[in-house]
Design a protein around this ligand. Structure first.
Ligand SMILES: [Fe+2]
Length: 166
């Protein structure tokens, strides 16, 4: 898959975000010399993750699960790719590399307006220090969620606990 699925409902800004996420994952895959099959999994997750984000009546919490269900109906059978898409907003302790890399790229892609320098430094460290950057990004994302006053989803708590487990 080298683009959005045909059923995607995304505005121009969302499309640009998805393209930047795919491009960052592609750069990391090159630098990390991952096999082509693994690189393809990361990119499928990238193109799918926000494919329904701008669909009517779809909210922040529903768009990942809905896109995963649609992708599955469409023939995507890779459990790791589907879990990457399903849980990309909240985190998931059961992720493989596709989920972890998408979670990083979604937050570290260069188009987001906040903390540009810090995020760019983190993005540059991903190929050499992935585990530490993942903990840092999760801590930042969870801190944001706490500040917003929303309850933390159980998946997020389990994800964090798995990251810091000895
Ligand atoms: Fe999303």
């Amino acid at each position: 898959m080298t683009g959005l699925p045909e059923w995607a409902v995304v505005g121009p800004e969302r499309r640009a975000h998805v393209e930047r996420v795919a491009s960052l994952l592609s750069q990391w895959a090159d630098l990390m010399r991952v096999p082509a099959i693994e690189r393809g999994r990361w990119l499928r997750a990238a193109w799918l993750h926000d494919a329904l984000r701008d669909a009517p009546l779809v909210n922040e919490f529903a768009h990942g699960p809905l896109a995963a269900e649609r992708a599955h109906r469409d023939g995507e059978r890779d459990r790791g790719v589907l879990d990457a898409v399903r849980y990309h907003s909240v985190g998931y302790a059961g992720w493989d590399e596709a989920g972890r890399m998408l979670y990083l790229a979604d937050y570290l892609e260069p188009g987001r307006a906040f903390e540009r320098d810090e995020r760019s430094a983190l993005a540059a460290r991903v190929p050499v220090d992935r585990a530490a950057v993942l903990r840092d990004v999760a801590a930042r994302r969870i801190a944001q969620a706490l500040r917003s006053g929303w309850p933390l989803p159980a998946e997020t708590v389990a994800f964090w606990n798995a990251l810091v487990a000895p």
